[in-house]
Design a protein around this ligand. Structure first.
Ligand SMILES: NC(=O)c1ccc[n+]([C@@H]2O[C@H](COP(=O)([O-])OP(=O)(O)OC[C@H]3O[C@@H](n4cnc5c(N)ncnc54)[C@H](O)[C@@H]3O)[C@@H](O)[C@H]2O)c1
Ligand SMILES: O=c1ccn([C@@H]2O[C@H](COP(=O)(O)OP(=O)(O)O[C@H]3O[C@H](CO)[C@@H](O)[C@H](O)[C@H]3O)[C@@H](O)[C@H]2O)c(=O)[nH]1
Length: 442
């Protein structure tokens, strides 16, 4: 089979590469010439564990190619996947200009039957817009090229995108065409050998499934963050409570880790977009509105602890921030809690020196010389007043606390992800603040 994937971001590049891994011929298309050049020269523009190996292998085999020319990519394709960005518009709704722009270009250039698949996260009704955009362009050409549309939301997570794509929990396909179903079934069969299902449904339900899934996950996170804050007030330990509730299989252990609020390019914008869809349809999604406001508040919780510890005076203090990316194993800083915490510290006249194993370059691009960048996690702590852990990279989990005690001016740690053992830090004489747990004061 042969497919085109339009957009070579986290979703497009991972999807295209993983499809190539099954033997499909894949052409990845992007309008960003620099990105396409990089990819042609053997460099991946994003950090995603495991991607480089299969990218190199499939490029060598000639099954994975890159271009800026959509028309050329569509030649002989059985399907074209639209995987471009859908950033939030000013009012919170998803901006569809890139998706519809690509649909129009497909309509202008396609010359044989194919399935036009929307993989970007798009609100209910978008596949109809995609279909109409293609039809309008075909009409302008005065040609009748047959095609079907399908909605195929993507559920991969950054940091484990390749694994998630190769071993999905389920594949969701919305389409009303049997022919399109057959093409999609054929393409996805190699990923479902683990017995996980391919779920066919109507297009509207498929589009809704993506937003409902992300909103449910965001709700779990805001719920546990709210509970964590209450635990602190009443003297409970949220880590015990998390384990206590998570062992009930109806609740489950995943996505109930409290922290500094959810970030990234998906939850914040998708929760907002679903609230907006409901508003437009005369319905108010009360739970999601609370999820959003709890998350907004949560991003400032760690900063609040820092400010209170220093009795409101942060002027001239220096903080070592560990972790800039919105989560471990990615270089993505979109909506990262680190940005909120750093901004707040700088506003109060504090200095920040940050270290991230992968996102430091992205940090330099976004923050410029507003903060300093350390060469490693220990370097960041030299003469800092406190360590502020924001992103739980694996290499931050077991630092040498004896060394930290020597480097830091005060034995003081603010842990935004509850990764350290309070008792161990107490024994070592640290003052330790975490989320939803009693502080250790030494
Ligand atoms: N990042 C994730 O983890 C994730 C997971 C599931 C779903 N999604 C959804 O998938 C979509 C893409 O997300 P992403 O994170 O990969 O975005 P991204 O910003 O990383 O990449 C989008 C790419 O599309 C390209 N593009 C824009 N217009 C184009 C055009 N007309 N022709 C060709 N290329 C074009 C851009 O240059 C860019 O490289 C979004 O709707 C997002 O919500 C993202
Ligand atoms: O228990 C948890 C789990 C996650 N987070 C935070 O939630 C955010 C999002 O994390 P995660 O979901 O792992 O990463 P994403 O790459 O944003 O993936 C989400 O968004 C994608 C884009 O739509 C979906 O495809 C995925 O299924 C969905 O998990 C990050 O800031 C995490 O730190 C928590 O605070 N506590």
């Amino acid at each position: 089979m042969k497919i085109s994937v339009v957009g070579t971001g986290y979703v497009g590049l991972v999807s295209g590469t993983c499809f190539a891994e099954t033997g499909v011929n894949v052409t990845c298309v992007d309008i960003n010439e620099r990105k396409v050049e990089m990819l042609k020269e053997g460099h991946i523009p994003i950090y995603e564990p495991g991607l480089e190996d299969i990218y190199k292998k499939n490029v060598e085999k000639g099954r994975l190619v890159f271009t800026t020319n959509l028309e050329e990519s569509l030649k002989d394709s059985d399907a074209v996947f639209i995987a471009v960005g859908t950033p939030p518009d000013e009012d919170g709704s998803a901006d569809l200009k890139y998706v519809i722009g690509v649909a129009r270009e497909i309509g202008r250039t396609m010359d044989h039957y194919m399935v036009v698949v929307t993989k970007s996260t798009v609100p209910v009704g978008t596949s109809v817009k995609v279909k109409n955009a293609v039809l309008e362009e075909l009409e302008k050409r005065g040609e009748k090229v047959p095609f079907d549309v399908a909605s195929n939301p993507e559920f991969l997570k950054e940091g484990s995108a390749v694994d998630d794509f190769l071993k999905p929990d389920r594949i969701v396909i919305g389409t009303d065409s049997e022919k399109a179903q057959k093409v999609m079934k054929r393409l996805y069969k190699p990923f479902l050998l683990n017995g996980h299902p391919i779920l066919f449904m109507d297009i509207t339900s498929s589009e809704m499934t993506k937003y409902a899934a992300n909103s449910m996950l965001a709700t779990k996170i805001s719920f546990i963050n709210d509970i964590a804050n209450l635990c602190e007030i009443v003297g409970a330990d949220v880590d015990s409570v998390r384990k206590g509730i998570g062992s009930d299989v109806r609740i489950g252990t995943k996505f109930i880790y409290p922290g500094t609020g959810y970030g990234g390019s998906c939850f914040p914008k998708d929760v907002q977009a679903l609230i907006r869809t409901a508003d437009e349809n005369g319905y108010s999604l009360e739970i999601l509105k609370a999820v959003e406001s709890v998350n907004y508040r949560q991003k400032e919780v760690l900063y609040g602890k820092i400010k209170r510890h220093f009795n409101g005076d942060l002027k001239g203090k220096k903080f070592a921030v560990w972790g800039l990316a919105f989560k471990p194993k990615t270089d993505d800083m979109r909506e990262a809690p680190s940005l909120v915490i750093i901004d707040k510290l700088l506003e109060e006249g504090a200095k920040v020196i940050a270290y991230d194993p992968v996102a430091s370059e992205e940090g330099k691009r976004i923050l410029g010389d507003k903060i300093e960048f350390a060469k490693d996690e220990y370097d960041a702590c030299i003469d800092s007043d406190a360590l502020v852990l924001v992103t739980e990279w694996p290499e931050f989990r077991l630092p040498n606390f004896r060394v930290l005690r020597k480097l830091l001016k005060n034995n003081l740690i603010f842990d935004g992800r509850n990764i350290y053992d309070p008792e161990e830090l107490n024994e070592m004489g640290f003052t330790y603040y975490a989320i939803g747990r009693k502080p250790i004061i030494n």
